[in-house]
Design a protein around this ligand. Structure first.
Ligand code: SAM
Length: 247
């Protein structure tokens, strides 16, 4: 089981994600637990202030250090083990490998910034990792936190009905996954590849692997440099690259 503790000034944003689909099921099954903390509950002033103007001037507001620090100290008392993550567009890129690493923790704390972000001293002193979900700027860390919860939870055994399907997901093998088809066999003369109907599992597996290599070569050739390729994979890739129809 993985416990996610999420700190946000807009915890209500999580309701629909946590209340639907496989995330809801995995909460109900006790595979994951998600606790939402409103940073505003850790303020000490009458107005429950969570942000202030930046030192040095400039536009925008900055999230104050005290409410976030107090929330963290209360939620993860000294000595407790947890991976504390600050969501930030300046963090390390979030990849499948990051999700795999995080799935090894039993407790993950996610701090969602807003406005211009969180006072830098939180990152300097209270955070284990700073994670970005992509090279673009969102208005808050709530959507990125949901992305992390979803991608990590998928890797918890029992989250998806057929755990084998996760093994062949894009990026897990270092390749993109090949195409999928389901009934009907023919739609407006668009047919399902014959091999998938053959019942010959070895041939199906070979076809799927070849499609996976083909798709990666077409769409993400950069991934092939890191992928763990066999001699046969390399031969297939050379053959595909030399095929005028494929190029
Ligand atoms: N001023 C910051 C900058 O230029 O780096 C951007 C702040 S952003 C408007 C507000 C908050 O949204 C951030 O503190 C972070 O928590 C979250 N955020 C925005 N984009 C993100 C991304 N790509 N990945 C992760 N978190 C992001």
């Amino acid at each position: 089981m993985i416990i996610f503790d999420i700190l946000s000034v807009f915890p209500e944003m999580f309701q629909s994600t946590l209340g639907s689909s496989l995330i809801k099921k995995s909460i109900d099954k006790g595979l994951i637990e998600v606790n939402l903390y409103n940073i505003r509950d850790y303020t000490r002033d009458r107005h429950r202030t969570t942000d202030d103007t930046p030192y040095g001037g400039g536009g925008g507001m900055v999230m104050k250090i005290e409410p976030v620090a107090d929330a963290l100290k209360t939620i993860v008392p000294a000595g407790d083990k947890a991976c504390v993550i600050l969501l930030s567009p300046q963090g390390e890129p979030f990849k499948q490998k990051t999700a795999e690493e995080l799935s090894q923790y039993s407790r993950i704390v996610l701090i969602c910034g807003h406005y211009e972000g969180v006072d830098e001293r939180i990152r300097e002193h209270m955070v284990d990792r700073e994670i970005s979900i992509g090279d673009y700027v969102l208005s808050g860390g709530e959507l990125p936190a949901m992305v992390v919860v979803d991608a990590v939870s998928r890797l918890v055994p029992g989250f998806v009905g057929n755990s084998e399907s996760v093994l062949y997901d894009s990026f897990s093998t270092g390749l993109l996954e090949g195409p999928h088809y389901t009934r009907p066999r023919e739609y407006e003369s668009w047919e399902v590849p014959e091999v998938l109907l053959s019942g010959h599992q070895k041939k199906i597996d070979e076809w799927r692997h070849r499609e996976s290599l083909k798709r990666t070569l077409q769409r993400r050739p950069d991934m092939l440099k890191q992928a763990d390729l066999t001699q046969e994979d390399k031969r297939i890739l050379e053959e595909l690259a030399g095929d005028p129809e494929f190029v």
